[in-house]
Design a binder for this molecule. Structure first.
Ligand SMILES: [Zn+2]
Length: 218
């Protein structure tokens, strides 16, 4: 299956992508991993991306599209893949259509993870990270530490990352609405969009997604 996963920040997209890819036996292709791999391997595209990032500028679509195209042409992606973070705007979605058309293949579904905006803010803004180890993650409501502001695992101080502040979350949501959400309409016109609720436990959301993809195929 060839799937595009979309959803606002805080929808648990990365986590779901990993589970779904495993269940469907297809590679999980995330933009974050594409950038890391190309930069660490020193590919031409990686060097270009690096130069823009070092200059504090956005990496142009052509670079991202090039990385995604290279990755999709690798042998493990012949029978399908799950894209996470790409395409992130209509221009990239159009470029993806061209790439797939050249290969004589099509997307099977665009899985849209839906989560109410206030819930997104609550999920992200409530996150607290340990200063000693970023893997020690808590949440003021969903997974509170025994003592406020103190890590259960090592006693370290818990803090809120700048990226997780309510103001930053609202800004990221705004960017999602204006840049990424239009791709849902773009794909809806192609009859590809499958929308599911991203509320509930991680395993419940994965099951919901698998069911939705199955009935979409049927
Ligand atoms: Zn800790």
């Amino acid at each position: 299956m060839r799937i595009v996963l979309v959803g606002p920040p805080g929808a648990g997209k990365g986590t779901q992508a990993a589970y779904l890819a495993k269940n469907l036996s297809i590679p999980h292709i995330s933009t974050g991993d594409l950038f890391r791999a190309n930069i660490s391997q020193g590919t031409d595209l990686g060097k270009q991306a690096r130069a823009f990032m070092d200059a504090g500028r956005l990496v142009p679509d052509e670079v991202t599209i090039g990385m995604a195209k290279d990755r999709m042409s690798q042998s493990d992606a012949v029978n399908g893949f799950l894209l996470d973070g790409f395409p992130r705007n209509v221009g990239q979605a159009e470029a993806l259509d061209v790439i797939l058309k050249d290969e004589g293949v099509k997307l099977d579904a665009v899985l849209d993870l839906e989560v109410p905006e206030d819930e997104v803010v609550k999920r992200i803004a409530g996150r607290r990270i340990c200063r000693n180890d970023s893997a020690h993650v808590f949440h003021v409501t969903y997974n509170p530490p025994k003592a406020e502001g103190v890590c259960d695992a090592c006693g370290g101080e818990l803090y809120q990352r700048d990226d997780d502040s309510e103001e930053t979350v609202r800004t990221r949501l705004e960017v999602y609405h204006t840049e990424t959400e239009p791709i849902i309409d773009y794909y809806r016109a192609q009859g590809l969009v499958v929308t599911i609720s991203a509320l509930g436990k991680v395993t419940e959301v994965t099951e919901r997604a698998m069911e939705a993809l199955k009935s979409d195929q049927g």
